[in-house]
Write a protein that binds this ligand. Structure first.
Ligand SMILES: NC(=O)c1ccc[n+]([C@@H]2O[C@H](COP(=O)([O-])OP(=O)(O)OC[C@H]3O[C@@H](n4cnc5c(N)ncnc54)[C@H](O)[C@@H]3O)[C@@H](O)[C@H]2O)c1
Ligand SMILES: O=C/C=C/C=C(\O)C(=O)O
Length: 486
């Protein structure tokens, strides 16, 4: 049986807990390996290694040397592309066609982009007049924050983990990563790459395990962790925020969403159908930015609905290696049960099921996998649970609207505020609406179009703080003002 070990202080280790848990392949629910579970001892070792590394060779590198190493890491991910792809698809079951376009390339890009950015971001400077006439200079000086705890989810494992590790290392920090228990493989493989690229021991550490009473909780509660960056569910974010409050450690939380698409009757309907197809169903609907509420202006409602349902019928459910697969399974049996329970709730709440609503029939070798059908509903009231709660599956609810003000109110009537997609050919309307939607990210005539220099994060219960571009560099550094009296 394949074993997945922790990566602590530059070495792979089983740790001392003696505990393991199963890693299962979502396409058939078969065990693909055993993962060592880290408890307090493993977290203590990893955090100690990370703390030591801050003042070791890593801390003494010049900016040019450090960023050169991070470029090497990106290049090495690309050289070992097929291994990362294999590992990511084994853990998640997602189509290789998807992971090879998004997950793995972004895993590499997250190192390159921030390594380049850190070299070009100025710090602030202010000249102050003083009564003696000589004045003073204020100069901003940035230092690494220290040991960063990175807690990442399972939906885009390599992408979301490196989205934090890339800038954290570019800024000179060291990290301890606790990847999701569902997807340990690519985070572990990255340990090999770090060693190959000359990243000193202790700079990048990985401890596997769960949340409560396991690696996640021990890491976020560790007093030598200087800041915590988390992506995952809002409820978990709340627990982590409480842990971070002890010792006043800084946090960045990228949490859940219940994102709305706003489709106006002056949109390019082909583009709106194509974009909403992606935003609702890509990665089997397991994208925090994904659309689960689709509001369509009444004049084109029936036309959009017919085209959208027709397009969704064309999705091909299948395993990663089948080049024709456009939709994989959900991540786990547990998540499958959750999504299917919402499919039942939708029926109980009186939805009209336009497509799907259950599990597909798969061939015998994949019958026990975590498959669900792409599902489209209409006819639910605005307070239905299916319309209000994050499901995180390949499903969405369609609802007609009449006016701009009405749809803005509908979109904002939710505790989450991560992302939205607005479809209209009228640029003034697009800007007017985008400015009024309570979200961190508003896309116009697109979805998940990412420029890594931009702010990324959620409003309301979708998170705290922004990462991306200079916002990442701000989070991962401590800003000191040096005041020089002249
Ligand atoms: N806003 C974003 O950028 C973004 C991106 C991707 C996913 N998400 C959200 O993530 C969720 C799906 O991911 P998930 O199910 O893995 O989320 P999750 O909150 O269940 O788990 C995320 C991570 O937190 C760990 N964890 C759980 N309890 C913990 C605790 N008490 N202390 C410390 N760590 C703990 C888990 O082991 C895992 O590594 C969805 O809600 C989705 O919207 C948000
Ligand atoms: O599932 C959520 C996707 C988040 C994407 C990013 O954080 C990113 O593209 O940087």
């Amino acid at each position: 049986m394949k074993e997945c070990k922790h990566f602590i202080d530059g070495s792979f280790t089983a740790g001392t807990s003696g505990l393991t848990f199963e890693n299962r392949n979502p396409i058939n629910n078969q065990v693909i390996g055993l993962v060592h579970e880290g408890k307090k001892a493993e977290i203590d070792a990893a955090v100690a290694a990370a703390k030591r590394a801050l003042t070791g060779p890593w801390g003494k590198l010049t900016l040019a040397q450090r960023t050169e190493i991070l470029h090497r890491v990106a290049d090495r991910i690309n050289e070992r592309f097929d291994e990362f792809l294999e590992a990511e698809c084994l853990d998640t079951g997602k189509p290789k066609s998807l992971a090879s376009h998004i997950d793995i390339p972004r895993g590499a890009a997250n190192f390159k982009v921030f390594a380049d950015m850190i070299k070009n971001v100025p710090t602030e400077g202010f000249r102050l007049d003083t009564p003696d006439g000589a004045g003073a200079m204020n100069v901003g000086h940035r230092t690494p924050k220290g040991v960063i705890a990175v807690i990442s989810p399972w939906n885009l494992p390599l992408l979301l983990m490196t989205w934090k590790v890339g800038p954290a290392l570019a800024c000179g920090n060291t990290v301890v990563v606790k990847p999701s228990e569902e997807t340990p493989l690519t985070t572990t493989l990255l340990g090999e790459v770090m060693n190959e690229c000359g990243v000193p021991p202790g700079v990048y550490n990985v401890v596997h395990g769960f949340g409560p009473d396991s690696a996640g909780a021990f890491l976020t509660e560790h007093p030598d962790v200087d800041a915590i960056t988390f992506t995952g569910e809002t409820r978990t974010g709340e627990i982590i925020a409480r842990a971070a409050s002890v010792g006043l450690r800084d946090i960045s939380l990228e949490c859940g969403g219940k994102n709305a698409a706003l489709i106006f009757d002056d949109c390019d309907i082909d583009k709106a159908v194509e974009g909403t197809m992606r935003s609702a169903f890509v990665n089997c609907g397991q994208v925090c930015l994904g659309t689960e509420r689709v509001y369509v202006q009444r004049g084109i409602y029936e036309d959009f609905k017919a085209r959208f349902v027709e397009a969704a019928k064309g999705l091909k459910i299948g395993p990663p290696d089948d080049a024709s697969s456009t939709m994989g399974p959900l991540i786990s049996k547990e998540h499958q049960q959750k999504v299917l329970s919402y499919y039942q709730i939708a029926k109980d709440e009186g939805a009209t099921v336009l497509l799907g609503g259950g599990s597909p029939v798969m061939s015998a070798d994949m019958a026990n996998g975590c498959w669900v059908e792409p599902t489209i509903w209409e006819g639910l009231s605005d307070d239905a649970r299916v319309v209000r709660e994050e499901i995180f599956g390949p499903c969405c609810h369609l609802r007609p609207f009449d006016t701009e003000d009405e749809v803005i109110a509908l979109a904002n009537d939710n505790p989450y505020g991560l992302a939205t997609a607005i479809w209209t050919e009228n640029t003034s309307r697009a800007v007017r609406v985008a400015e009024q939607i309570e979200v961190g990210i508003a896309w116009v005539n697109s979805w998940f179009l990412r420029d890594l220099r931009t702010a990324f994060g959620g409003a309301k219960q979708s998170g705290i703080g922004r990462e991306g571009g200079v916002h990442s560099l701000e989070f991962y550094t401590e800003l000191k003002n040096i005041c020089i009296k002249l």
